[in-house]
Design a binder for this molecule. Structure first.
Ligand SMILES: O=C(O)CCC(=O)C(=O)O
Length: 278
């Protein structure tokens, strides 16, 4: 039986997540926190506050070929979000996000700092497209059971390159010919057509959050609009699913989320011992 998390997913949402491998929750994050994060990320983008990754370093289709090429210094990611400003940690332990993650991963969760943990920027003009991939392809944990949380800082539309997902693809068993050498799902392979035809775009507004499984295939187009699309991504694991030693997944410390960071809706009554008079 599912726990009754007041601030968590409903039974229907949980079953949708388990079937599709992703779920978008509308207006999940308070506009005040979203506004602060927008301001912080706008300032960091304008000042190029490091560590950053540029479009030319991503190497995806449409990216400028070098840092010196036109648009080469277009920011793609502000890396290491935790550590830039306390507002990012506020988001990472946001009660209604934690409540949902605990339903998916269990009570004790950890935020690895080595993956995602960034502000993703998709700028107009010089943005690249992201092919169909599973995030787990370059992560190494005991089990491929992690969940990513993406907060939209502004509208994500088909014009500015919103995320697309293939429902149910977290449970797809693949054969080697379905993937290219970089483990992207091949769009030129007829056997993948069935899956690609099921893809859906997830358009979002500021404050919406999409949760997705690390095995769910997703992609994003280029930004052909006029305003950068910005989002914040964190990924989480259960405490009993550690990174494999010596891998990139184990290369940085992790944010150990204290049990005291409780979603306020979880009924966890602490009974104070009754004082007896001496
Ligand atoms: O938001 C995007 O543009 C793509 C994000 C993504 O696919 C990823 O970081 O894994």
């Amino acid at each position: 039986m599912e726990k009754n998390y007041k601030e968590g997913f409903s039974e229907q949402e949980l079953s949708d997540f388990r079937r599709d491998g992703f779920l978008c929750v509308r207006r999940l994050v308070n506009p005040d926190l979203v506004d602060r994060l927008v301001q912080i990320t706008n300032e960091a983008t304008a000042a190029e506050t490091g560590p950053v990754e540029y479009e030319s370093q991503v190497g995806y289709p449409g990216a400028p070929p070098s840092l010196d090429a036109p648009g080469g210094r277009t920011i793609r990611r502000l890396l290491q979000a935790i550590g830039r400003h306390p507002a990012f940690t506020e988001l990472a332990v946001y009660p209604s996000i934690l409540a949902r993650l605990r339903q998916l991963l269990g009570d004790e969760i950890v935020l690895p700092l080595a993956h995602h943990n960034c502000v993703m920027v998709k700028a107009p003009q010089y943005s690249s497209s992201t092919g169909w991939h599973r995030d787990i392809r370059y992560w190494r944990f005991e089990r491929s059971e992690l969940v990513t949380v993406l907060l939209a800082l502004n509208a994500a539309t088909e014009t500015n390159g919103c995320l697309l997902f293939i429902p149910g693809s977290h449970d797809m068993v693949l054969t080697p010919e379905q993937l290219d050498e970089k483990e992207f799902l091949r769009t030129d392979f007829e056997g993948n057509r069935l899956y690609l035809d099921r893809a859906i775009s997830v358009t979002m507004k500021a404050g919406d959050v999409v949760f997705f499984h690390c095995r769910t295939f997703h992609a994003a187009g280029r930004n052909t609009g006029g305003v950068p699309r910005k989002s914040i991504l964190f990924t989480y694991r259960a405490s009993d699913n550690p990174p494999l030693p010596g891998t990139r997944s184990a290369s940085l410390p992790e944010l150990l989320i204290p049990p005291s960071a409780q979603p306020s809706g979880i009924a966890r009554r602490v009974t104070q011992p009754r004082r007896t008079k001496p």
